[in-house]
Design a binder for this molecule. Structure first.
Ligand code: CMC
Length: 386
């Protein structure tokens, strides 16, 4: 191809250098800033992980307390944003509402979007991290037509989100600790994943000089597709559609039929070729918490049967297809009484920090360049109108 390499899907192109996340797809390893994901998921809170991703080091207890306070204080959103939600039709998908609302943050908080100095960037970073969960909860409540619940300063990040989606106005709803822990782990597992499609989009938008609200909105929309973050919603829809353990073989057969484009949602990954370490952690969490969390045993059985059949089938073995993070997350979220239309939003809440860390890293990079791939032109030769 002459001057450049032809690499559709960027399967062998590194677009940047990064110090944030390391993945070894053959060994199934994932690390944030050098720490294995298994250790972080078990021993650290999501907020500590946010601090680590953005600052490179874990926070001291004092730093964590200040960080936590900052999140709580900034979780409120401009009252005018509520009107945006009221203007959406009843059947609007929560992801569509969330991406519009995040984009609209740049209208309500426009004083920093010129990015004159580092403080402007830091303010946008804080606002995005603290307000995305509130907007996500508003999107959910608007989809049901029920009153919005404001953030509660007395509650931690993850507990607050569950409170904002589940409470009645004025109700001091107690959120069980087991639920907070489960969702906190899910956020941690989604926090960053190096140069996946949505992060590549965020970096591309950053490379044009656009501000973080614009870049993160683009990331949210890129995440929505079912080959990416949208897979978690599709997994549960598919498990419900399959409907019983007896029908699993029929769908495995459809997957293998070259005439049928049916794909098992929650299976396969561009980088992981032996297992997805995040899926392993979620499966373990599911096993540990299934009684306490009241997991839907019928759906879990279907999922386990699919995993067992697929992992012993030549089609899946030869293509190195294993369950990914989205395969089990939906079962846990269903147990938290979060409907499937909200699953990709949960992914957004967890991933916002990763997008921001990548956005900041892009701008600090002395080798940064506008994203501008080349193409292989295969259209007509020069021709004339006459
Ligand atoms: N079910 C059945 N067959 C599959 C699947 C699947 N889920 N995934 C890949 N294959 C087959 C595919 O048909 C192809 O077979 P062949 O060589 O005979 O044409 C082969 O495996 C390679 O697939 P590919 O699409 O070329 O692989 P990719 O690296 O481009 O795509 C993927 C990776 C994640 C998009 C894909 O595996 C997929 O569509 N999976 C289902 C959606 C999903 O679970 N996505 C979540 C990904 S992890 C978290 C996230 O990013 O959100």
């Amino acid at each position: 191809t002459g001057m450049f390499t032809y690499d559709p899907g960027f399967t062998s192109t590194a677009s940047c250098s990064s110090t944030i996340t390391y993945i070894d797809g053959e060994k199934g390893e994932l690390r944030y800033r050098g720490y294995p994901i298994e250790e972080l998921a078990m021993k650290k809170s999501y907020l500590e992980v946010c601090y680590l991703l953005l600052n490179g080091e874990l926070p001291s207890p004092e730093e964590l307390a200040a960080y936590d306070y900052e999140f709580r204080k900034r979780a409120y959103v401009h009252e005018g944003l509520k009107n945006l939600f009221y203007s959406f039709p009843d059947n609007a998908h929560p992801m569509a509402m969330l991406s519009s609302a995040v984009s609209a943050l740049s209208t309500f908080y426009s004083e920093h979007i010129m990015m004159r100095n580092d403080e402007d960037l830091q303010v946008m970073r804080r606002r995005l991290l603290a307000k995305v969960p509130t907007l996500a909860a508003f999107a959910y409540r608007r989809s049901l037509g029920i009153p919005f619940i404001y953030p509660d300063l007395e509650r931690s990040f993850t507990e607050n989100f569950l409170y904002m989606i589940h409470a009645y106005p004025g109700q001091d709803l107690k959120i069980p600790e087991v639920q907070v822990r489960a969702l906190d782990t899910i956020f941690t597992l989604h926090a960053d994943h190096e140069q996946n499609a949505s992060t590549t989009v965020v970096r591309s938008v950053a490379s044009t000089g656009a501000h973080p609200y614009a870049a993160i909105t683009a990331g949210i929309n890129a995440l929505w597709g079912r080959a990416h973050g949208g897979a978690n919603e599709s997994v549960i829809a598919q498990l419900e559609y399959i409907g019983s353990v007896e029908r699993v073989d029929e769908f495995i057969a459809r997957t293998k039929d070259p005439e049928d484009d049916f794909r098992l949602m929650g299976f396969g990954h561009r980088v992981y070729k032996n297992f997805d370490p995040r899926a392993k952690i979620l499966k373990k969490l599911l096993d540990e918490m299934k009684d306490e969390l009241n997991v839907d045993s019928e759906l879990l059985q279907i999922a386990e049967k699919i995993e067992a059949v697929a992992l012993s089938d030549d089609y899946f073995i030869s293509r190195k297809l294993y369950p990914n993070i989205d395969f089990y997350s939906g079962l846990i979220l269903t147990a938290l009484k979060i409907p499937k239309e909200m699953f990709t939003i949960i992914f957004v809440i967890g991933r916002t920090v990763g997008w921001l860390a990548q956005w900041l890293e892009f701008h600090a990079d002395s080798e940064k360049k506008i994203a501008r791939p080349r193409q292989r032109y295969i259209g007509p030769e020069t021709r004339s109108l006459t």
